[in-house]
Design a protein around this ligand. Structure first.
Ligand SMILES: C[S@@+](CC[C@H](N)C(=O)[O-])C[C@H]1O[C@@H](n2cnc3c(N)ncnc32)[C@H](O)[C@@H]1O
Length: 298
């Protein structure tokens, strides 16, 4: 599974213990006051909002797009999200191997639509004849989870299936998920919506067993100037498209801005390492429009 994980070690600079002159102490104090204020605020797209409010605002966005979720993804990615998701699932290549006696325990966080969770279970069955591994599909938004359950019902697979559990949970805490209980944690186009991304990574680390894999698909930073310029133009008209196809300008405006705010590939990799993961790495897809990130809990 995930043969291409690159070995790398996390190195963190230790704090200087030298005494500081008064001017530095003062600026440190000011910085601290700013930080205290910053600590209570966060961004919601390009707006600055109290942290306690963001969760509610994000929930509202996804409640309003839930019933037109595929349409939203198709509009936002020109349909390419399907290829990215297929690649994400194939690269992970998860499933109980024929020579193993232990089924795997998956968790797909922010997994409302079920796209990734069902795709992983299908892959495990088709490639490894694995019909035993279990899946927790976790999302903060009950409307998105209902959408996933509806799909399971329509496809007559994974609905009322004892292997599959739908659970309303904040990915930043995952407080109903036992520590060291999961083999694979996936999250697709979800983590950029978290109020505290680092808390989400720490929770992922907590719930994974030693040897477990963190595996994430998310929008990222475009590395090609021409593609970036084209994307910037596209991003300007996306909310207008959102208002035409879904009568929802604001949600699409938020989605564009949340992509802009998300850390670049290297910064996100460092955050994954900071949570404790080793062998962290990433693969940029379609010039870096999005990226797959991974890390292993040793
Ligand atoms: C763009 S959708 C992605 C859904 C699915 N993973 C996919 O790739 O199609 C983002 C999802 O993240 C969920 N979400 C946002 N903040 C969350 C949080 N703090 N904890 C859990 N889920 C969250 C939303 O409710 C929404 O279902």
């Amino acid at each position: 599974m995930l043969k291409s994980v690159a070995r790398s070690s996390a190195a963190w600079r230790s704090q200087s213990r030298l005494a500081r002159p008064f001017s530095q102490t003062l600026s440190a104090f000011n910085a601290k006051s700013d930080n205290t204020e910053t600590a209570q605020f966060t961004h919601f797209g390009s707006k600055r909002v109290p942290k306690v409010e963001k969760e509610k605002l994000v929930r509202h966005v996804f409640s309003s797009v839930a019933s037109k979720y595929d349409l939203m993804n198709d509009v936002m990615s020109l349909g390419i999200h399907r290829l990215w998701k297929d690649h994400f699932i194939n690269k992970l290549d998860a499933g109980k191997r024929p020579n193993s006696t232990e089924p795997l325990h998956f968790i797909d966080v922010a997994g409302g639509s079920g796209d990734i969770a069902f795709g992983i279970l299908d892959h495990a069955e088709q490639k490894f004849h694995d019909t035993e591994s279990s899946m927790h599909i976790v999302d903060i938004n009950p409307d998105m989870l209902k959408e996933g359950e509806k799909r399971a019902m329509e496809q007559q697979k994974y609905f009322n299936d004892p292997r599959v559990t739908f659970l309303v949970q904040n990915g930043e805490t995952l407080d109903k998920i036992e520590s060291n209980s999961k083999d694979v944690y996936t999250i697709s186009f979800g983590i950029r919506n978290f109020t505290d991304i680092q808390a989400g990574l720490n929770a992922a680390y907590r719930v994974l067993k030693p040897g477990g894999i963190f595996y994430c698909l998310e929008f990222s930073k475009i590395q090609n100037y021409l593609v970036d310029s084209a994307y910037q133009q596209w991003a300007k008209i996306l909310p207008v498209m959102g208002s035409i196809v879904a009568n929802d300008y604001d949600s699409y405006q938020y989605l564009v801005e949340s992509i802009e705010k998300f850390p670049d590939q290297e910064t996100f990799k460092e955050m994954i390492q900071k949570a404790g993961f080793e062998s962290a790495g990433y693969e940029s897809l379609t010039f870096g429009i999005c990226a797959i990130h991974w890390g292993v809990k040793v």
